[in-house]
Design a protein around this ligand. Sequence first.
Ligand SMILES: Cc1cc2nc3c(=O)[nH]c(=O)nc-3n(C[C@H](O)[C@H](O)[C@H](O)COP(=O)(O)OP(=O)(O)OC[C@H]3O[C@@H](n4cnc5c(N)ncnc54)[C@H](O)[C@@H]3O)c2cc1C
Length: 500
Amino acid sequence: MSSSLSYYFNEEHESFRQTIRQFLQAEAIPNIDQWEADGKIPREFWKKFGEMGYFGLCYPEEFGGSNLDFFYNVVMCEEISKVFSGGFTITAAVQSFMSTPYIMKHGSDYLKENYLKPAIAGEKIGCIGITEPGAGSDAANIQTRAKKEGDYYIVNGSKTFITNGIYGQFVILVCKTNPEAGAAGVSLLVLDLDAEGVSKNKLKKLGWHASDTAELHFDNVKVPVKNLLGEEGKGFYYLMGGLQLERLSAGIMGYASCESIVEYSLKYMNERSAFGRTINKFQVLRHRVAQLAAEIECIKIFTLQTCKMHEQGKYVVKECSMVKLIATELADKVMYQCLQFFGGYGYMEEYKVARAFRDSRIGTIGGGSSEIMREIIAKMVIDDIGYERAESTVERPVHTVESIFATLPSRFKTEKAAGKNLNIHFSFTNNNYTVNIADGKLNVENGLQGTADCLVETDDETYIAVETGKLNPQEAFMTGKIKVSDLMQMMAFGGLFKKL
Ligand SMILES: Cc1cc2nc3c(=O)[nH]c(=O)nc-3n(C[C@H](O)[C@H](O)[C@H](O)COP(=O)(O)OP(=O)(O)OC[C@H]3O[C@@H](n4cnc5c(N)ncnc54)[C@H](O)[C@@H]3O)c2cc1C
């Protein structure tokens, strides 16, 4: 272990690494090709994985976990990323980093007993259902609806691209319990995938062949109210918090898979000859390897440093976004260049680099695309927008148009709105909203709906600055930063809301 790494990993971590490596050598690696061909990893394998304690490394003992520090999870994630099957890696990563953490953080005793415990034991496999056919990056715009009726929510809608959705047992479903409230109407439910009214369609895809990816449809699915995670309406904020760990794990998977493919390539380059010498003697190839090694090492140390901050409880949105962006883009580059070292053999299924090349392509798309990562980073480094944890278990972004609009219902002065009818259109950089007030009731919708009494046009930054008191509204109007078609109507509208 290099001295820089010993800062993050101690001897116990390294001895754990040897144990899980041996387990994967014995139980997973000999079967990977078959699982890739089958498009499925047998349940028995995950039970063994659970019995070994690998799903519960950092969870409390009362749920079957081992209560270890976060770097055990880092070691586990590194090792599952080195078996040359992204489909294998992601199945375990979704369970450990993208679904069960929501139950641990926001779930009731009932949910922990019935879903977290069996998941840690490897008896139940979970997934996270955010993406819909019509909403991926724009997660607040999901349409899946959960309507409360007595002791149940009745769920209708569709999700797509859901990893573990075919063979998994439950989904952390992101849905709207109050569609009028925008992001503040989003809730998380734990939904059994064998419930009546759930239908599934297995999707064919470019890579990740060992993993199942589902399209899920919900037709009047009854979900007990006790399966709600945390509080109604806080799902979007829970999600924002949870996505940081997902992005961090994407970074670990990124650099670890790069390390293993470089090692694999170096062996080949040491054996393959051309023009009377092994190809690892050609300077152009040596420099390429050196460049890749340098870049991998840089992102690895930055990712580990972000893991350290995450472990210390810091809310590292900027760093997690940077880790995800750089590590997944680097993985694409590394796989592409390593395949080149193999010449024609690299294009053959027989060589692991072909699969690695296919599997890495999703890294820059899933869990927040590179474009979305750049958006988050740009807002933080250019516009000085901060993201902070709202409460111990509730995390929320501050100062985004979406989050400000989500607060409108709670700031609405119902008593002042009696008898008022107003339809206000807001046109922002990326989104449009309609805020309608009729007979004392408030309704917020995406898009520009109906005839506007007033059209407000501005960019996100100006609106946020005005709402948060950083920019005087008069100044914004005078300088043309905000254009308002009817100032009187706008002032009447503004008077119906408490300040942020
Ligand atoms: C194999 C696989 C597994 C997946 N697993 C899961 C899962 O388990 N659970 C789950 O919920 N989802 C999952 N996803 C979905 C994944 O997270 C989404 O595909 C991703 O968030 C992008 O959403 P989209 O596909 O709807 O693309 P869109 O949001 O339609 O984006 C299309 C393009 O536009 C760009 N774009 C969008 N908005 C902006 C913007 N504001 N600025 C600049 N560019 C923008 C995007 O970056 C992208 O390039 C999976 C996807 C795949 C392919």
